[in-house]
Design a protein around this ligand. Structure first.
Ligand SMILES: *[C@@H]1O[C@H](CO)[C@@H](O)[C@H](O)[C@H]1NC(C)=O
Ligand SMILES: *[C@@H]1O[C@H](CO)[C@@H](O)[C@H](O)[C@H]1NC(C)=O
Ligand SMILES: *[C@@H]1O[C@H](CO)[C@@H](O)[C@H](O)[C@H]1NC(C)=O
Length: 531
């Protein structure tokens, strides 16, 4: 069955060129026709049945209905349009949603089912999903199917869709350390992520440059480590708001606290109290500091307290513990570190010292009932990690190509995430979205079991040259290329088919208030509604 329906999906994909609707990302199976029905914004309703749900309703769906009603019919000028002529109208003027398993108050997780089916014909307009998260994906698809004639009438074509994601982890990384991103920038990004069916917000909260996360166990970290403790921090309330805003859109928040490298801002805050390794120049401390000092018990006491806090603030099962780009030069220069290496029998192998640190940290975080994601160096340096660790591949060619790295990680039995070819912060002249689009995360040599261990990927927007002034146009619609690669069937690869839909989707993003940049020459009707 799957084979013939796949063929159908492709055939339709190839034949589809109409301007009316342009789904992004493309669904797994779709059957559409020219047959279309009018929708009346005045009487159209969203209804839901959540099997065995409590009387109190479902916040996730209630809020989604409001958002989508606004997106579809919100603009004043649209509401004045009256139905005219002989059009066939949708009989019931409602989208009925059936969610099988309740869970409206829960959080989305890596295991969440996002499958849905959407049926639009004369008799019914029906969305079926196992979960509210699938219902959200289906609502987004529904909203992309509605179109408007030049006279202003709303239509939806007769359609059958059966859809599910190719990968369960479809992430976007924002870096709020190199530049602080105001809360509204983050919330707006979560909205645009939902339009693209992304489901993980990887929040690279802190780094060398600044420490905007407000810690209640160590308030000094924020007071001294942020760019400005009055304006450039995320309070506990902000963090809560981000997590709930994301949850209502079916998006997980994966918080990253990267150690032992990338921690200069931590050290600044804690001053001389010894979290960071003092670097030496000859026999004297040089006055500069390196990675976290792995030889002191106080380091682990600090991490114990800090990660206890972080584990309770961020409810997702996974935390991201970083572990990338540890600079060994400072450790090498420090005589106390050298003595510790000797005592431990590490010889001159600083990877063993790194492993010692990371293993101790992983044990701490495990004890708090969390799973973890780490950057690939932790695997490359042979740190002993739990079998359920997720390894994120970010290096393009070093020590091996990212495809080879995926093969090695999955051969060792670990789950993997791909980011290496999806660094959106890197820009070049021309349609670079095509390069992101062309990547296939499973195009490495390996067994089906190995391929099943690749759970998805992430588009990354590192912040060295990005703040709230240029974040949005740099993200969209480029990140959409990654979103479709991670959601749609692996056979959906035709760049011309993608270009047409992505260009249309970019115009739709403008209409929704997202200042997405153009893909090529041309124009959007929607440009002018913005002014
Ligand atoms: C929807 O119907 C219109 C009008 O009949 C047609 O032009 C368009 O191509 C159809 N869209 C799809 C996706 O089938
Ligand atoms: C979701 O769809 C996939 C692909 O068809 C299927 O393997 C899986 O069983 C579905 N899950 C549910 C809960 O329907
Ligand atoms: C650090 O902790 C270890 C293990 O608990 C202990 O053996 C060692 O003496 C401690 N070192 C210092 C300097 O307190």
């Amino acid at each position: 069955m799957a084979g013939s329906r796949l063929w159908l999906s492709l055939l339709l994909a190839a034949a589809f060129a109409g301007p009316a609707t342009a789904l992004w990302p493309w669904p797994q199976y779709i059957q559409t026709s020219d047959w279309h029905y009018t929708i009346s914004p005045h009487s159209f309703q969203f209804k839901y049945h959540v099997r065995s749900a409590a009387q109190s309703g479902c916040s996730v769906l209630d809020e989604a209905f409001q958002r989508y009603r606004n997106l579809l019919f919100g603009s004043e000028s649209w509401q004045r349009v009256a139905l005219t002529g002989e059009q066939q109208t949708l009989e019931k003027q409602s989208l009925v949603i059936l969610v099988v398993t309740p869970g409206c108050e829960q959080l989305p997780s890596l295991e969440s089912v996002e499958n849905y089916t959407l049926t639009i014909n004369n008799e019914q307009c029906f969305l079926l999903s196992e979960t509210v998260w699938g219902a959200l994906r289906g609502l987004e698809t529904f909203s992309q199917l509605v179109w408007r004639s030049p006279e202003g009438t709303f239509f939806i074509n007769k359609t059958e869709i059966e859809d599910f994601p190719r990968f369960p982890h479809r992430g976007l990384l924002l870096d709020t350390s190199r530049h602080y991103l105001p809360l509204p920038s983050i919330l707006d990004t979560l909205d645009a992520m939902a339009y693209n069916k992304f489901n993980v917000f990887h929040w690279h909260l802190v780094d060398d440059s600044s420490f905007p996360y407000e810690s209640f166990a160590f308030p000094e970290l924020t007071r001294k480590g942020s760019y400005n403790p009055a304006t450039h921090i995320y309070t506990a309330q902000d963090v809560k708001e981000v997590i709930e805003y994301a949850r209502l859109r079916g998006i997980r928040v994966l918080a990253e606290f990267d150690t032992p490298g990338h921690t200069l801002s931590w050290g600044q805050a804690l001053g001389v109290s010894g979290l960071l390794t003092p670097c030496y120049s000859g026999s004297q401390p040089s006055g500069t500091f390196g990675p976290v000092n792995p030889i002191l018990n106080s380091t682990y006491e600090f991490m114990n307290t800090f990660f206890l806090e972080v584990s309770s603030v961020f409810p997702d099962f996974y935390l991201h513990l970083g572990g990338d780009e540890v600079d060994f030069a400072c450790w090498k220069s420090n005589p106390d570190v050298q003595a510790f290496m000797k005592k431990k029998g590490f010889g001159n192998d600083f990877k063993q010292l790194e492993s010692f640190y990371i293993q101790t940290l992983l044990d701490i975080v495990s004890a708090y009932g969390k799973g973890y994601v780490v950057w690939q160096e932790v695997f490359d340096n042979k740190v002993k990690v739990r079998p359920d660790t997720i390894i994120q591949v970010w290096r393009e060619e070093v020590p091996v190509s990212y495809l080879k790295e995926l093969a090695l990680i999955t051969e060792a039995g670990f789950r993997a995430l791909l980011s290496a070819p999806w660094y959106l912060n890197r820009i070049s002249y021309g349609p670079d979205w095509e390069d992101f689009y062309r990547v296939d995360p499973l195009s490495f040599e390996g067994s089906p079991e190995q391929k099943a261990l690749v759970i998805g990927g992430e588009a990354c927007m590192w912040g060295e040259y990005v703040d709230s002034t240029n974040l949005v146009p740099r993200l969209w619609p480029r990140a959409g290329a990654v979103a479709e690669r991670l959601w749609s069937n692996k056979v959906v690869t035709d760049p011309d088919f993608a270009f047409k839909r992505l260009a249309h989707f970019r115009c739709e993003l403008l209409r929704r208030g997202v200042q997405a940049q153009p893909l090529s020459v041309g124009y959007c009707e929607q440009e002018f509604e913005q002014i």
